[in-house]
Design a protein around this ligand. Structure first.
Ligand code: ADP
Length: 447
């Protein structure tokens, strides 16, 4: 493209200069022809004894002097209208034949070949005379040839510099991209802690490196979560399986009385129920993550759900020595999935019961506002440490206090609760003071 550009540029300059030089030459030829015509007009020719047209001697001398001293080597020929040659300069030497047909216009210019090379000719008519003035085109051609030689020398040099400079700059500019590619290729699941070295300059490449590094960071976080998740699953499944294995081994070593057999069957049942609850919860979460979990959109009386839940909580709570109160239960109709919403509220209330020691109080309240409903479950239980607060909605996360307090949980309840709230367009959050209790709040929109 650069070469094509250069050729176009050189070509335009060449043709522009050619026109300019020929134009200047044509102006000079015009001046000369006018001068000859002026001389001819002032000194009328006369017919000699043979009747042939002659030019006066003084005019002849004037023209001869003019053209013999003319430094630019003009050649000139003057003829009368009938074609009789009246004057020709010394160097005319039949350079051009007398024009056979006189030009219709007053003055014409053309280039033509001659024994002395190309000449530029001006034929001017001014009755009764016809004058031809010619000048070699050699100086014009020479200037153009010079120009061509300059271009022929300069264009390859400039081209060479531009191409090598362009190649060098492109290589320098793209080298960091190569480094990024190489580094990105090296990074895999096993070395996600590595980062592409940043650049001091905040240019496009610097921003690309930062973006890729952020992406690797996110990948690393996801990988860690998955790793932790797998470890937690294994851990949660191992406890009931170990109990089942231990009980079975024990049972095989001795004869069981009917009472012992009943107790053993009871333990089996409890652990199997726990296992299947974990598997069910896992399945729910996995389907929710994959977007395969359907949420029904049915119009439901929300205060009915809260009422039922309060009654259940009272039954379970009172046996544990807890006071359960329903502070408020505004009538609300909303669109949603009643079994999922029941599961969500149940998780919150069961957690409150599970993590509140005997003598504590659990307050349930459901408040309607113009946009939706806010349900709060407040307890006076063990509370949650500030550092655990952001993690409790992650699957399998259980605080150390929770583990010490109750072995029953699996750490999946809040993850499912959050998904249910979000699937209904709502949210869930928690505030807590360790040792004093926690308050879980669910906000659900009306539609
Ligand atoms: P689980 O209760 O089966 O352990 P959840 O997902 O329901 O699992 O809860 C996750 C963790 O959040 C619990 O292990 C506990 O540490 C904390 N938590 C939840 N509810 C409460 C509460 N009312 N009081 C104190 N801690 C709670």
């Amino acid at each position: 493209m650069l070469l094509v550009g250069f050729i176009l540029f050189a070509g335009s300059i060449y043709f522009y200069l050619q026109n300019l030089l020929l134009g200047t030459l044509d102006d000079d030829l015009t001046d000369e022809s006018e001068w000859v015509l002026r001389v001819a007009a002032r000194r009328e020719p006369f017919a000699d004894t043979t009747g042939k047209q002659q030019f006066s001697e003084s005019a002849q001398t004037l023209l001869e002097d003019h053209f013999s001293t003319n430094p630019r080597n003009y050649v000139v020929m003057l003829a009368s209208a009938d074609g009789t040659m009246l004057f020709e300069s010394e160097n005319w030497a039949n350079l051009l034949p007398p024009p056979t047909d006189t030009p219709s216009e007053e003055r014409v210019f053309f280039s033509r070949g001659s024994p002395k090379g190309n000449v530029r000719v001006c034929v001017a008519r001014h009755d009764p005379y016809l004058v031809q003035v010619a000048y070699p085109e050699h100086p014009v051609n020479q200037a153009l040839t010079h120009l061509l030689s300059i271009f022929a020398l300069l264009v390859p040099i400039v081209l060479l510099f531009s191409v090598s400079g362009g190649w060098l700059f492109a290589t320098l500019a793209l080298r960091p991209i190569d480094q990024i590619t190489e580094m990105a290729n090296r990074i895999s699941a096993s070395n996600l802690a590595e980062r592409i070295p940043g650049r001091a300059v905040p240019d496009e490449i610097g921003r690309l490196i930062t973006t890729i590094n952020h992406m690797i960071e996110r990948l690393q976080r996801s990988f860690n979560q998955i790793r932790e998740f797998s470890l937690n699953i294994a851990h949660e499944l191992r406890t009931p399986l170990t109990i089942l294995k231990g009980e079975s081994e024990l049972a095989m070593t001795k004869e069981l009385s009917p009472e012992e057999a009943r107790q053993l069957a009871n333990t089996y049942l409890e652990e199997t129920v726990r296992l299947s609850r974990i598997v069910d919860d896992l399945l729910t979460l996995a389907k929710a993550d994959a977007g395969q979990m359907k949420i029904q959109q049915v119009s439901l009386r929300f205060e009915g759900l809260v009422g039922e839940l309060y009654e259940d909580a009272q039954l379970i709570g009172s046996s544990k020595g807890l006071t359960i109160t329903l502070e408020r239960n505004d009538p609300v109709t909303l669109m949603g999935d009643s079994s999922r919403l029941r599961q969500l509220l149940r998780n919150l209330v069961m957690n409150a019961i599970q993590y509140t020691p005997a003598g504590g109080t659990i307050r349930i309240a459901s408040k309607r506002d113009p946009h939706g409903v806010e349900v709060s479950v407040q307890d006076t239980g063990i509370g949650i440490d500030a550092e655990d607060l952001p993690k409790i909605f992650q699957a399998f996360y259980r605080s150390d206090e929770a583990r010490a307090h109750s072995a029953g949980g699996s750490g999946l309840g809040l993850a499912i609760s959050r998904w249910i709230a979000q699937a209904h367009g709502g949210s869930i959050d928690v505030t807590s003071s360790p040792g004093n209790g926690s308050t879980f709040r669910v906000v659900l929109p009306l539609t």
